[in-house]
Design a protein around this ligand. Structure first.
Ligand code: AMP
Ligand code: ZN
Length: 523
Protein backbone atom coordinates (compact mmCIF):
# COMPACT_ATOMS: atom_id res chain seq x y z
CA UNK A 1 0.00 0.00 0.00
CA UNK A 2 2.67 2.44 -1.02
CA UNK A 3 2.17 5.50 -3.13
CA UNK A 4 4.52 4.02 -5.68
CA UNK A 5 2.16 1.07 -6.09
CA UNK A 6 -0.73 3.25 -7.13
CA UNK A 7 0.01 6.95 -7.50
CA UNK A 8 -3.08 9.08 -7.16
CA UNK A 9 -4.01 10.37 -10.61
CA UNK A 10 -6.53 13.17 -10.82
CA UNK A 11 -8.02 15.08 -13.73
CA UNK A 12 -6.96 18.71 -13.74
CA UNK A 13 -9.57 20.88 -15.45
CA UNK A 14 -6.94 23.55 -16.01
CA UNK A 15 -4.73 21.31 -18.17
CA UNK A 16 -7.55 18.96 -19.19
CA UNK A 17 -5.21 16.10 -18.28
CA UNK A 18 -4.79 13.38 -15.71
CA UNK A 19 -1.97 14.35 -13.39
CA UNK A 20 -0.29 12.68 -10.43
CA UNK A 21 -1.12 14.28 -7.11
CA UNK A 22 2.07 15.94 -5.86
CA UNK A 23 1.30 17.86 -2.70
CA UNK A 24 2.59 21.38 -2.16
CA UNK A 25 3.48 20.45 1.43
CA UNK A 26 4.91 16.97 1.86
CA UNK A 27 2.40 14.54 3.33
CA UNK A 28 -0.45 17.04 3.29
CA UNK A 29 -3.45 17.70 1.09
CA UNK A 30 -5.12 21.10 1.21
CA UNK A 31 -8.46 21.26 -0.53
CA UNK A 32 -10.97 24.07 -1.02
CA UNK A 33 -14.53 23.39 -2.11
CA UNK A 34 -16.92 26.10 -3.26
CA UNK A 35 -19.81 25.78 -0.86
CA UNK A 36 -23.47 26.64 -1.08
CA UNK A 37 -25.13 30.01 -1.24
CA UNK A 38 -27.53 29.69 1.64
CA UNK A 39 -30.55 31.49 0.20
CA UNK A 40 -32.55 28.31 -0.35
CA UNK A 41 -32.40 24.57 0.27
CA UNK A 42 -29.76 22.73 -1.73
CA UNK A 43 -31.15 20.39 -4.36
CA UNK A 44 -29.69 16.91 -4.75
CA UNK A 45 -27.61 18.14 -7.71
CA UNK A 46 -25.83 20.56 -5.40
CA UNK A 47 -25.27 17.73 -2.96
CA UNK A 48 -23.58 15.69 -5.72
CA UNK A 49 -20.83 18.34 -5.65
CA UNK A 50 -20.21 17.70 -1.94
CA UNK A 51 -20.39 13.92 -2.23
CA UNK A 52 -17.70 14.25 -4.90
CA UNK A 53 -15.54 16.51 -2.72
CA UNK A 54 -16.02 14.09 0.17
CA UNK A 55 -14.94 11.10 -1.91
CA UNK A 56 -11.89 13.07 -3.00
CA UNK A 57 -11.08 13.91 0.63
CA UNK A 58 -11.59 10.32 1.73
CA UNK A 59 -9.32 9.09 -1.06
CA UNK A 60 -6.61 11.54 -0.02
CA UNK A 61 -6.93 10.31 3.57
CA UNK A 62 -6.85 6.72 2.33
CA UNK A 63 -3.57 7.47 0.57
CA UNK A 64 -2.17 8.71 3.84
CA UNK A 65 -2.24 12.48 3.25
CA UNK A 66 -3.11 14.73 6.16
CA UNK A 67 -6.18 16.44 4.81
CA UNK A 68 -7.21 20.03 5.45
CA UNK A 69 -10.52 20.53 3.73
CA UNK A 70 -12.33 23.88 3.62
CA UNK A 71 -15.89 24.39 2.45
CA UNK A 72 -17.25 27.91 2.45
CA UNK A 73 -20.75 29.10 3.14
CA UNK A 74 -21.72 32.05 0.93
CA UNK A 75 -24.07 34.31 2.82
CA UNK A 76 -23.48 37.48 0.83
CA UNK A 77 -22.59 38.60 -2.67
CA UNK A 78 -23.79 35.80 -4.95
CA UNK A 79 -25.99 37.37 -7.59
CA UNK A 80 -28.91 35.64 -9.24
CA UNK A 81 -26.56 35.10 -12.15
CA UNK A 82 -22.97 33.88 -11.78
CA UNK A 83 -21.77 36.84 -13.79
CA UNK A 84 -22.40 40.35 -12.64
CA UNK A 85 -26.05 40.65 -13.29
CA UNK A 86 -29.19 40.30 -11.26
CA UNK A 87 -29.84 40.80 -7.59
CA UNK A 88 -28.05 39.41 -4.57
CA UNK A 89 -29.64 35.97 -4.04
CA UNK A 90 -29.71 36.45 -0.28
CA UNK A 91 -31.25 39.95 -0.41
CA UNK A 92 -33.88 38.73 -2.87
CA UNK A 93 -34.97 35.78 -0.74
CA UNK A 94 -34.98 37.88 2.42
CA UNK A 95 -37.27 40.42 0.73
CA UNK A 96 -39.57 37.67 -0.55
CA UNK A 97 -39.85 36.08 2.87
CA UNK A 98 -39.82 39.38 4.77
CA UNK A 99 -37.09 38.04 7.04
CA UNK A 100 -33.62 39.22 7.89
CA UNK A 101 -30.80 37.88 5.75
CA UNK A 102 -29.12 36.55 8.85
CA UNK A 103 -32.15 34.42 9.67
CA UNK A 104 -32.38 33.19 6.09
CA UNK A 105 -28.68 32.30 6.09
CA UNK A 106 -28.93 30.48 9.40
CA UNK A 107 -31.98 28.46 8.37
CA UNK A 108 -30.56 27.26 5.06
CA UNK A 109 -27.09 26.67 6.45
CA UNK A 110 -28.60 24.31 9.02
CA UNK A 111 -30.64 22.59 6.28
CA UNK A 112 -27.49 22.15 4.22
CA UNK A 113 -25.59 20.73 7.18
CA UNK A 114 -28.42 18.25 7.80
CA UNK A 115 -28.02 17.00 4.21
CA UNK A 116 -24.25 16.81 4.65
CA UNK A 117 -24.75 14.62 7.69
CA UNK A 118 -27.43 12.44 6.10
CA UNK A 119 -25.12 11.77 3.16
CA UNK A 120 -22.26 10.78 5.42
CA UNK A 121 -20.12 13.62 4.10
CA UNK A 122 -17.24 14.10 6.51
CA UNK A 123 -17.06 17.46 8.26
CA UNK A 124 -14.32 19.58 6.70
CA UNK A 125 -11.65 21.04 8.95
CA UNK A 126 -13.16 24.51 8.38
CA UNK A 127 -16.50 25.87 7.31
CA UNK A 128 -15.63 29.40 6.30
CA UNK A 129 -18.53 31.84 6.42
CA UNK A 130 -18.16 34.64 3.85
CA UNK A 131 -19.40 37.43 6.13
CA UNK A 132 -16.68 36.55 8.67
CA UNK A 133 -14.02 37.46 6.11
CA UNK A 134 -15.12 40.88 4.85
CA UNK A 135 -12.16 42.82 6.35
CA UNK A 136 -9.76 40.37 4.69
CA UNK A 137 -11.67 40.78 1.41
CA UNK A 138 -11.24 44.54 1.59
CA UNK A 139 -7.51 44.12 2.27
CA UNK A 140 -7.16 41.70 -0.65
CA UNK A 141 -9.01 44.11 -2.96
CA UNK A 142 -6.86 47.03 -1.77
CA UNK A 143 -3.77 44.99 -2.65
CA UNK A 144 -4.78 44.44 -6.26
CA UNK A 145 -6.85 47.57 -6.92
CA UNK A 146 -4.13 49.83 -8.25
CA UNK A 147 -2.68 47.48 -10.84
CA UNK A 148 -5.68 45.40 -11.79
CA UNK A 149 -8.91 47.23 -11.07
CA UNK A 150 -10.84 50.35 -11.97
CA UNK A 151 -13.75 52.07 -10.37
CA UNK A 152 -17.13 52.68 -11.94
CA UNK A 153 -20.25 54.14 -10.42
CA UNK A 154 -21.52 50.66 -9.54
CA UNK A 155 -18.35 49.32 -8.00
CA UNK A 156 -14.73 48.25 -8.27
CA UNK A 157 -14.09 46.15 -11.36
CA UNK A 158 -11.34 43.70 -12.16
CA UNK A 159 -9.71 44.27 -15.55
CA UNK A 160 -9.16 40.78 -16.93
CA UNK A 161 -6.64 42.00 -19.50
CA UNK A 162 -4.17 42.74 -16.69
CA UNK A 163 -3.46 39.04 -16.06
CA UNK A 164 -2.09 36.44 -18.44
CA UNK A 165 -4.36 33.68 -19.81
CA UNK A 166 -7.67 34.92 -18.42
CA UNK A 167 -10.30 32.27 -18.99
CA UNK A 168 -7.97 29.39 -19.78
CA UNK A 169 -9.90 27.17 -17.40
CA UNK A 170 -13.07 27.74 -19.41
CA UNK A 171 -11.26 27.17 -22.74
CA UNK A 172 -14.04 28.73 -24.78
CA UNK A 173 -16.68 30.85 -23.17
CA UNK A 174 -20.01 29.68 -24.49
CA UNK A 175 -22.50 32.05 -25.98
CA UNK A 176 -24.79 31.40 -23.07
CA UNK A 177 -22.00 32.41 -20.70
CA UNK A 178 -21.17 35.50 -22.73
CA UNK A 179 -24.74 36.63 -22.86
CA UNK A 180 -24.96 36.43 -19.08
CA UNK A 181 -22.31 39.06 -18.61
CA UNK A 182 -23.86 42.30 -17.51
CA UNK A 183 -23.29 45.11 -20.03
CA UNK A 184 -22.23 47.64 -17.40
CA UNK A 185 -21.47 51.00 -19.10
CA UNK A 186 -17.78 51.82 -18.85
CA UNK A 187 -16.47 48.27 -18.49
CA UNK A 188 -13.16 47.91 -20.28
CA UNK A 189 -13.60 44.27 -21.29
CA UNK A 190 -16.76 42.25 -21.54
CA UNK A 191 -15.46 39.69 -19.04
CA UNK A 192 -14.46 42.24 -16.37
CA UNK A 193 -16.25 41.59 -13.11
CA UNK A 194 -17.09 43.47 -9.93
CA UNK A 195 -15.06 42.65 -6.90
CA UNK A 196 -16.84 45.28 -4.80
CA UNK A 197 -20.40 46.36 -5.48
CA UNK A 198 -21.38 49.77 -4.22
CA UNK A 199 -24.78 50.25 -2.72
CA UNK A 200 -26.60 52.57 -5.16
CA UNK A 201 -27.05 56.11 -3.79
CA UNK A 202 -30.18 56.46 -1.71
CA UNK A 203 -30.48 52.69 -1.16
CA UNK A 204 -29.63 50.59 1.85
CA UNK A 205 -28.82 46.91 1.79
CA UNK A 206 -29.29 44.61 4.76
CA UNK A 207 -25.67 43.56 4.42
CA UNK A 208 -23.19 46.30 3.60
CA UNK A 209 -19.79 47.41 4.78
CA UNK A 210 -17.62 50.50 4.43
CA UNK A 211 -14.72 50.26 2.03
CA UNK A 212 -12.35 52.59 0.17
CA UNK A 213 -14.81 52.28 -2.76
CA UNK A 214 -17.83 53.25 -0.75
CA UNK A 215 -20.37 51.34 1.24
CA UNK A 216 -21.29 48.06 -0.35
CA UNK A 217 -20.67 44.35 -0.48
CA UNK A 218 -17.96 42.06 -1.83
CA UNK A 219 -18.31 40.18 -5.10
CA UNK A 220 -18.81 36.42 -4.88
CA UNK A 221 -15.61 35.57 -6.75
CA UNK A 222 -13.56 37.68 -4.35
CA UNK A 223 -14.94 35.75 -1.39
CA UNK A 224 -13.61 32.40 -2.53
CA UNK A 225 -10.16 33.76 -3.43
CA UNK A 226 -9.87 35.30 0.01
CA UNK A 227 -11.18 32.41 2.07
CA UNK A 228 -9.13 29.79 0.24
CA UNK A 229 -5.93 31.83 0.41
CA UNK A 230 -6.44 32.87 4.04
CA UNK A 231 -7.02 29.38 5.37
CA UNK A 232 -4.93 27.21 3.06
CA UNK A 233 -2.24 29.60 1.77
CA UNK A 234 -1.42 30.02 -1.93
CA UNK A 235 -0.80 27.83 -3.77
CA UNK A 236 -2.80 25.05 -2.22
CA UNK A 237 -3.42 21.62 -3.67
CA UNK A 238 -6.92 21.22 -5.03
CA UNK A 239 -9.88 23.50 -5.69
CA UNK A 240 -13.22 21.83 -6.41
CA UNK A 241 -16.67 22.81 -7.58
CA UNK A 242 -19.42 21.91 -10.00
CA UNK A 243 -18.69 22.07 -13.71
CA UNK A 244 -20.62 25.33 -14.11
CA UNK A 245 -17.86 27.03 -12.11
CA UNK A 246 -15.35 26.24 -14.84
CA UNK A 247 -16.79 28.99 -16.96
CA UNK A 248 -17.05 32.13 -14.85
CA UNK A 249 -16.56 31.76 -11.11
CA UNK A 250 -13.27 29.89 -11.15
CA UNK A 251 -11.65 31.82 -14.03
CA UNK A 252 -12.43 34.98 -12.04
CA UNK A 253 -11.00 33.48 -8.85
CA UNK A 254 -7.88 32.48 -10.77
CA UNK A 255 -7.44 35.98 -12.21
CA UNK A 256 -7.68 37.49 -8.72
CA UNK A 257 -5.24 34.93 -7.34
CA UNK A 258 -2.75 35.71 -10.10
CA UNK A 259 -3.07 39.42 -9.30
CA UNK A 260 -2.73 38.85 -5.56
CA UNK A 261 0.23 36.47 -5.79
CA UNK A 262 1.88 38.44 -8.64
CA UNK A 263 2.14 35.28 -10.69
CA UNK A 264 2.26 35.01 -14.42
CA UNK A 265 0.67 32.79 -17.05
CA UNK A 266 -1.09 29.52 -16.37
CA UNK A 267 1.32 27.13 -18.07
CA UNK A 268 2.38 26.54 -14.51
CA UNK A 269 -0.93 25.54 -12.94
CA UNK A 270 0.24 26.57 -9.47
CA UNK A 271 0.17 30.20 -10.68
CA UNK A 272 -3.61 29.94 -10.56
CA UNK A 273 -3.58 29.62 -6.78
CA UNK A 274 -4.18 25.86 -6.75
CA UNK A 275 -2.28 23.07 -8.45
CA UNK A 276 -5.37 21.18 -9.47
CA UNK A 277 -8.86 22.38 -10.34
CA UNK A 278 -11.43 19.61 -10.23
CA UNK A 279 -15.06 19.74 -11.27
CA UNK A 280 -17.94 17.34 -10.92
CA UNK A 281 -20.39 17.02 -13.75
CA UNK A 282 -24.08 17.76 -13.27
CA UNK A 283 -26.93 15.73 -11.98
CA UNK A 284 -29.69 16.31 -14.51
CA UNK A 285 -33.34 15.54 -14.79
CA UNK A 286 -34.82 13.93 -17.85
CA UNK A 287 -36.33 17.28 -18.68
CA UNK A 288 -32.91 18.95 -18.49
CA UNK A 289 -31.05 21.00 -15.90
CA UNK A 290 -31.96 20.60 -12.26
CA UNK A 291 -33.63 23.64 -10.84
CA UNK A 292 -34.99 24.84 -7.54
CA UNK A 293 -37.82 26.73 -9.15
CA UNK A 294 -39.31 24.50 -11.84
CA UNK A 295 -40.88 21.06 -11.54
CA UNK A 296 -40.48 18.97 -8.40
CA UNK A 297 -37.86 20.54 -6.12
CA UNK A 298 -35.58 17.56 -5.61
CA UNK A 299 -34.33 18.07 -2.09
CA UNK A 300 -32.74 15.22 -0.21
CA UNK A 301 -35.61 15.52 2.25
CA UNK A 302 -38.08 14.73 -0.54
CA UNK A 303 -36.26 11.45 -1.21
CA UNK A 304 -36.32 10.66 2.50
CA UNK A 305 -40.01 11.57 2.75
CA UNK A 306 -40.74 9.18 -0.09
CA UNK A 307 -39.14 6.48 2.00
CA UNK A 308 -35.61 6.19 0.62
CA UNK A 309 -32.61 6.04 2.87
CA UNK A 310 -30.39 9.07 2.18
CA UNK A 311 -27.40 6.80 1.53
CA UNK A 312 -29.23 5.30 -1.45
CA UNK A 313 -28.67 8.72 -3.05
CA UNK A 314 -25.00 8.62 -2.09
CA UNK A 315 -24.82 5.19 -3.74
CA UNK A 316 -26.47 6.65 -6.82
CA UNK A 317 -23.74 9.31 -7.01
CA UNK A 318 -20.96 6.74 -6.59
CA UNK A 319 -22.33 4.58 -9.36
CA UNK A 320 -21.41 7.24 -11.92
CA UNK A 321 -17.95 8.67 -12.46
CA UNK A 322 -17.87 12.21 -11.10
CA UNK A 323 -16.96 13.62 -14.53
CA UNK A 324 -19.98 12.03 -16.20
CA UNK A 325 -23.38 13.56 -16.26
CA UNK A 326 -25.80 11.61 -14.11
CA UNK A 327 -29.50 11.51 -14.77
CA UNK A 328 -31.76 11.36 -11.79
CA UNK A 329 -34.80 9.09 -11.89
CA UNK A 330 -36.79 7.39 -9.18
CA UNK A 331 -36.08 4.03 -10.84
CA UNK A 332 -32.37 4.83 -10.73
CA UNK A 333 -32.64 5.67 -7.06
CA UNK A 334 -34.51 2.41 -6.48
CA UNK A 335 -31.74 0.50 -8.26
CA UNK A 336 -29.11 2.20 -6.09
CA UNK A 337 -31.06 1.23 -3.00
CA UNK A 338 -31.19 -2.39 -4.22
CA UNK A 339 -27.43 -2.34 -4.73
CA UNK A 340 -26.96 -1.11 -1.19
CA UNK A 341 -29.32 -3.81 0.10
CA UNK A 342 -27.37 -6.46 -1.77
CA UNK A 343 -24.13 -5.35 -0.16
CA UNK A 344 -25.77 -5.24 3.23
CA UNK A 345 -27.06 -8.79 2.75
CA UNK A 346 -23.53 -9.91 1.94
CA UNK A 347 -22.35 -8.24 5.13
CA UNK A 348 -25.09 -9.85 7.23
CA UNK A 349 -24.42 -13.30 5.80
CA UNK A 350 -20.67 -13.05 6.31
CA UNK A 351 -21.24 -11.75 9.83
CA UNK A 352 -23.46 -14.76 10.61
CA UNK A 353 -20.90 -17.19 9.24
CA UNK A 354 -18.16 -15.70 11.40
CA UNK A 355 -20.37 -15.92 14.50
CA UNK A 356 -21.35 -19.48 13.66
CA UNK A 357 -17.72 -20.51 13.30
CA UNK A 358 -17.07 -19.29 16.82
CA UNK A 359 -19.99 -21.25 18.23
CA UNK A 360 -19.27 -24.39 16.23
CA UNK A 361 -15.55 -24.74 16.49
CA UNK A 362 -14.30 -21.95 18.70
CA UNK A 363 -12.90 -19.86 15.85
CA UNK A 364 -11.28 -16.61 17.01
CA UNK A 365 -12.39 -14.77 13.89
CA UNK A 366 -15.38 -13.31 15.65
CA UNK A 367 -13.04 -11.63 18.09
CA UNK A 368 -11.24 -10.04 15.12
CA UNK A 369 -14.55 -8.99 13.60
CA UNK A 370 -15.56 -7.23 16.80
CA UNK A 371 -12.26 -5.39 16.71
CA UNK A 372 -12.69 -4.44 13.05
CA UNK A 373 -16.12 -3.05 13.80
CA UNK A 374 -14.86 -1.12 16.79
CA UNK A 375 -12.04 0.41 14.73
CA UNK A 376 -14.45 1.10 11.87
CA UNK A 377 -16.64 3.16 14.20
CA UNK A 378 -13.57 4.88 15.69
CA UNK A 379 -12.45 5.79 12.20
CA UNK A 380 -15.89 7.10 11.27
CA UNK A 381 -15.90 9.22 14.43
CA UNK A 382 -12.37 10.42 13.65
CA UNK A 383 -10.91 8.80 16.76
CA UNK A 384 -8.69 6.60 14.65
CA UNK A 385 -6.94 7.74 11.49
CA UNK A 386 -7.63 6.14 8.15
CA UNK A 387 -3.95 5.15 7.64
CA UNK A 388 -3.89 3.47 11.07
CA UNK A 389 -6.97 1.50 10.13
CA UNK A 390 -5.43 0.45 6.85
CA UNK A 391 -2.18 -0.50 8.50
CA UNK A 392 -3.97 -2.69 11.01
CA UNK A 393 -6.50 -4.36 8.72
CA UNK A 394 -5.23 -3.79 5.20
CA UNK A 395 -1.93 -5.64 5.29
CA UNK A 396 -2.54 -9.30 4.76
CA UNK A 397 -0.73 -12.49 3.86
CA UNK A 398 -3.85 -13.70 2.07
CA UNK A 399 -3.00 -13.32 -1.62
CA UNK A 400 -6.58 -13.14 -2.78
CA UNK A 401 -7.58 -10.40 -0.35
CA UNK A 402 -4.34 -8.56 -1.15
CA UNK A 403 -5.20 -8.68 -4.86
CA UNK A 404 -8.68 -7.33 -4.29
CA UNK A 405 -7.32 -4.56 -2.09
CA UNK A 406 -4.73 -3.66 -4.69
CA UNK A 407 -7.38 -3.55 -7.42
CA UNK A 408 -9.52 -1.37 -5.18
CA UNK A 409 -6.67 1.05 -4.64
CA UNK A 410 -5.99 1.13 -8.35
CA UNK A 411 -9.62 2.00 -9.06
CA UNK A 412 -9.85 4.82 -6.56
CA UNK A 413 -6.49 6.26 -7.57
CA UNK A 414 -7.52 6.26 -11.26
CA UNK A 415 -9.25 9.62 -10.97
CA UNK A 416 -11.62 8.34 -8.29
CA UNK A 417 -13.22 5.56 -10.35
CA UNK A 418 -15.94 4.66 -7.90
CA UNK A 419 -18.00 2.56 -10.37
CA UNK A 420 -15.00 0.22 -10.74
CA UNK A 421 -14.35 0.21 -7.02
CA UNK A 422 -17.99 -0.67 -6.33
CA UNK A 423 -17.84 -3.53 -8.83
CA UNK A 424 -15.05 -5.00 -6.71
CA UNK A 425 -17.11 -5.14 -3.56
CA UNK A 426 -19.76 -7.07 -5.51
CA UNK A 427 -17.03 -9.42 -6.75
CA UNK A 428 -15.59 -9.99 -3.30
CA UNK A 429 -18.98 -10.89 -1.87
CA UNK A 430 -19.63 -13.21 -4.80
CA UNK A 431 -16.25 -14.95 -4.60
CA UNK A 432 -16.56 -18.17 -2.64
CA UNK A 433 -12.80 -18.33 -2.26
CA UNK A 434 -12.84 -15.23 -0.05
CA UNK A 435 -13.63 -16.22 3.53
CA UNK A 436 -16.32 -14.34 5.47
CA UNK A 437 -13.93 -12.40 7.69
CA UNK A 438 -11.92 -11.25 4.69
CA UNK A 439 -15.08 -10.15 2.95
CA UNK A 440 -15.90 -7.99 5.91
CA UNK A 441 -12.37 -6.67 6.04
CA UNK A 442 -12.67 -5.66 2.41
CA UNK A 443 -16.06 -4.06 3.09
CA UNK A 444 -14.71 -2.08 6.04
CA UNK A 445 -11.62 -0.88 4.19
CA UNK A 446 -13.44 0.08 1.00
CA UNK A 447 -16.09 1.88 3.00
CA UNK A 448 -13.43 4.28 4.27
CA UNK A 449 -13.75 5.73 0.76
CA UNK A 450 -17.34 4.87 -0.15
CA UNK A 451 -18.75 6.25 3.09
CA UNK A 452 -21.88 4.12 2.67
CA UNK A 453 -21.90 3.02 6.31
CA UNK A 454 -22.10 -0.58 5.14
CA UNK A 455 -21.06 -2.02 8.48
CA UNK A 456 -23.40 0.31 10.36
CA UNK A 457 -26.68 -0.10 8.48
CA UNK A 458 -29.30 -2.68 9.27
CA UNK A 459 -32.10 -4.16 7.23
CA UNK A 460 -34.83 -1.97 8.68
CA UNK A 461 -32.88 1.17 7.69
CA UNK A 462 -33.14 0.29 4.03
CA UNK A 463 -36.81 -0.52 3.98
CA UNK A 464 -38.84 1.89 1.85
CA UNK A 465 -41.03 3.76 4.28
CA UNK A 466 -42.65 7.00 3.11
CA UNK A 467 -43.38 9.67 5.67
CA UNK A 468 -47.05 9.57 4.72
CA UNK A 469 -47.41 5.96 5.93
CA UNK A 470 -49.35 5.65 9.18
CA UNK A 471 -49.10 1.92 9.87
CA UNK A 472 -46.29 1.04 12.30
CA UNK A 473 -43.58 -1.56 11.78
CA UNK A 474 -44.92 -3.53 14.75
CA UNK A 475 -48.38 -3.69 13.17
CA UNK A 476 -46.91 -4.89 9.90
CA UNK A 477 -44.77 -7.51 11.58
CA UNK A 478 -47.75 -8.72 13.57
CA UNK A 479 -49.90 -9.04 10.42
CA UNK A 480 -47.10 -10.84 8.64
CA UNK A 481 -46.75 -13.29 11.50
CA UNK A 482 -50.49 -14.04 11.30
CA UNK A 483 -50.18 -14.49 7.56
CA UNK A 484 -47.30 -16.89 7.99
CA UNK A 485 -49.37 -18.99 10.37
CA UNK A 486 -52.28 -19.02 7.95
CA UNK A 487 -50.02 -20.11 5.12
CA UNK A 488 -48.50 -22.82 7.25
CA UNK A 489 -52.03 -24.07 7.92
CA UNK A 490 -52.73 -23.84 4.17
CA UNK A 491 -55.45 -21.29 4.94
CA UNK A 492 -54.84 -19.27 1.81
CA UNK A 493 -58.07 -17.31 2.06
CA UNK A 494 -56.90 -15.76 5.35
CA UNK A 495 -53.40 -15.30 4.04
CA UNK A 496 -54.72 -13.45 0.98
CA UNK A 497 -57.07 -11.36 3.09
CA UNK A 498 -54.17 -10.23 5.28
CA UNK A 499 -52.16 -9.42 2.21
CA UNK A 500 -55.04 -7.31 0.86
CA UNK A 501 -55.49 -5.56 4.19
CA UNK A 502 -51.83 -4.65 4.20
CA UNK A 503 -51.97 -3.51 0.58
CA UNK A 504 -54.83 -1.18 1.46
CA UNK A 505 -52.49 0.48 3.94
CA UNK A 506 -49.72 0.80 1.38
CA UNK A 507 -47.72 -2.25 2.42
CA UNK A 508 -46.55 -4.42 -0.41
CA UNK A 509 -45.70 -7.94 0.69
CA UNK A 510 -42.77 -9.19 -1.36
CA UNK A 511 -42.98 -12.96 -1.16
CA UNK A 512 -40.52 -13.78 -3.90
CA UNK A 513 -38.05 -10.94 -3.22
CA UNK A 514 -34.63 -12.49 -3.83
CA UNK A 515 -33.17 -10.02 -1.38
CA UNK A 516 -35.63 -11.13 1.28
CA UNK A 517 -36.74 -7.67 2.40
CA UNK A 518 -40.24 -9.19 2.82
CA UNK A 519 -42.23 -5.98 2.56
CA UNK A 520 -42.08 -2.37 1.57
CA UNK A 521 -44.32 0.62 1.88
CA UNK A 522 -45.48 2.33 -1.26
CA UNK A 523 -46.65 5.92 -1.74
P1 AMP B 1 -24.61 26.96 -5.47
O1 AMP B 1 -25.23 26.85 -4.12
O2 AMP B 1 -25.58 27.33 -6.54
O3 AMP B 1 -23.39 27.85 -5.47
O4 AMP B 1 -24.11 25.51 -5.88
C1 AMP B 1 -23.40 24.68 -5.01
C2 AMP B 1 -22.58 23.66 -5.78
O5 AMP B 1 -23.41 22.78 -6.54
C3 AMP B 1 -21.63 24.27 -6.80
O6 AMP B 1 -20.40 23.59 -6.74
C4 AMP B 1 -22.31 24.02 -8.12
O7 AMP B 1 -21.38 23.98 -9.16
C5 AMP B 1 -22.93 22.67 -7.87
N1 AMP B 1 -24.08 22.34 -8.71
C6 AMP B 1 -25.12 23.13 -9.05
N2 AMP B 1 -26.04 22.44 -9.75
C7 AMP B 1 -25.58 21.17 -9.85
C8 AMP B 1 -26.09 19.96 -10.45
N3 AMP B 1 -27.27 19.91 -11.06
N4 AMP B 1 -25.33 18.85 -10.36
C9 AMP B 1 -24.13 18.86 -9.73
N5 AMP B 1 -23.61 19.95 -9.14
C10 AMP B 1 -24.32 21.09 -9.18
ZN1 ZN C 1 -16.37 29.63 -4.90
Amino acid sequence: MTDAAAPLMLFNSLTRQLEPFNPVHAGEARVYTCGPTVYNYPHIGNMRAYVFADVLGRTLSFKGYRLTHVINITDVGHLTDDADSGEDKMEKMAAEKAQSIWDIAEHYKQAYWADVKALNIREPAHWTIATDYVPQMIEFAKGIAEKHCYELESGLYFDVSTVADYGRLARAQTEEGQSRIDPVPGKRNQMDFAIWRKTPPGEKRQMEWDSPWGRGAPGWHLECSVMSGEVLGFPFDIHTGGIDHREIHHPCEIAQNQAHCCTNGLDDAANSGAKLWMHNNFLVERSGKMSKSSGEFLRLQLLIDKGYHSLAYRMMCLQAHYRSELEFSWEGLGAALTRLKRILLGVIRADNLVRQAEVEHGSTEYQSLREIKRDYVACRDRKMTVPSFREKWGSTSDDLLATYLRDFEEAITSDLSMPEALALIDEVFGDKKVGPLNRLRFAAISDLVFGLDILGLNRADLRIRPKSATITEAEIEEALARRKEARAAKDFATSDAIRDELAAQGVEVMDGDPLGWEWKLGD
